[in-house]
Design a protein around this ligand. Structure first.
Ligand code: ZN
Length: 262
């Protein structure tokens, strides 16, 4: 059994066959799926989807850096309202996905910094882990996390694809782990060596980022939780352990970081 810690199962890519995707996930050994929101409207679709699959899908709420536009502060205010409503019924696993992304555009770079830091403060206040998305902005992201590291319960640096130095910089935050998905299986990826060299097995969790990032040999297709099998196989090779050990240890890491049962 394994856990997909990052899956956009609420996305319209799954509207036609979401039940089948969940059924295939269960059949493949996926024990639970964590769903990140990206903006105000997806907070609603994430919560609806999780309600539809109780005890299987769990929500994370936040404003994604690529969704930070001129209206970001109103978006945040509304998302905060939903977050605070969720708290009594709980089930809210994390604040996410949040972070910085300067890959496509730096137009709202300052707004991204402000929105991210505000949501980091939510994580501190609520003592919830962070699901962090970061692209082309690791130093800026790390600078913000550093300021709150003492009070943050932890989190995931999602879709980690960096080098040894970048891994080491992130691992200094000892309550955080790296999210590993399909990129690990790509032919040109150095990730297997990087992980085996400097990332202990107790510092990673599994994720799809579905519908994106499908692993080899399914690269280019719509990704789904059942496909994590291919990531597990590659991880077992990289670390020189069994696939069962990859599942056992990553489940234990999820339990620790998200404060849930293993
Ligand atoms: Zn994502």
């Amino acid at each position: 059994m394994f856990i997909d810690t990052h899956c956009h199962l609420d996305g319209q890519e799954f509207d036609a066959d979401r039940d089948d995707v969940v059924q295939r996930a269960r059949a493949a050994g996926c024990d639970r799926i964590f769903l990140p929101a990206i903006d105000l409207s997806s907070c609603k679709t994430v919560l609806d989807t999780c309600q539809h699959y109780p005890d299987y899908c769990y929500p994370m709420l936040g404003l994604h850096p690529e969704e930070v536009h001129a209206d970001w502060s109103q978006q945040l205010e509304s998302i905060w309202h939903i977050v605070s409503l969720q708290l009594p019924t709980s089930g809210l696993l994390a604040i996410g996905e949040v972070g910085l992304d300067y890959y496509w555009s730096r137009e709202f770079e300052h707004e991204q910094l402000e929105a991210f830091e505000e949501q980091v403060r939510w994580a501190v206040e609520l003592q919830l882990p962070l699901m962090i998305h970061c692209r082309k902005a690791q130093n800026e992201m790390v600078a913000i996390i550093k300021r709150y590291a003492h009070d943050l319960p932890g989190g995931v640096f999602h879709c980690f694809t960096g080098n040894v130095q970048e891994a080491q910089q992130l691992l200094e935050f000892d309550r955080f782990v790296l999210g590993i998905g399909g990129v690990l299986t790509f032919k040109k990826s150095h990730l297997p060596e990087t992980l085996a060299d400097v990332v202990p097995l107790d510092r990673i969790v599994l994720e799809t980022d579905a519908p994106y990032m499908a692993p080899v040999p399914l690269r280019g297709q719509r990704n789904e939780p059942a496909f994590i099998r291919h990531v597990i196989t590659r991880l077992a090779e990289a670390y020189g352990v069994t696939e069962e050990e990859i599942c056992r240890q990553t489940n234990a890491n999820v339990a620790r970081v998200f404060n849930v049962n293993g």
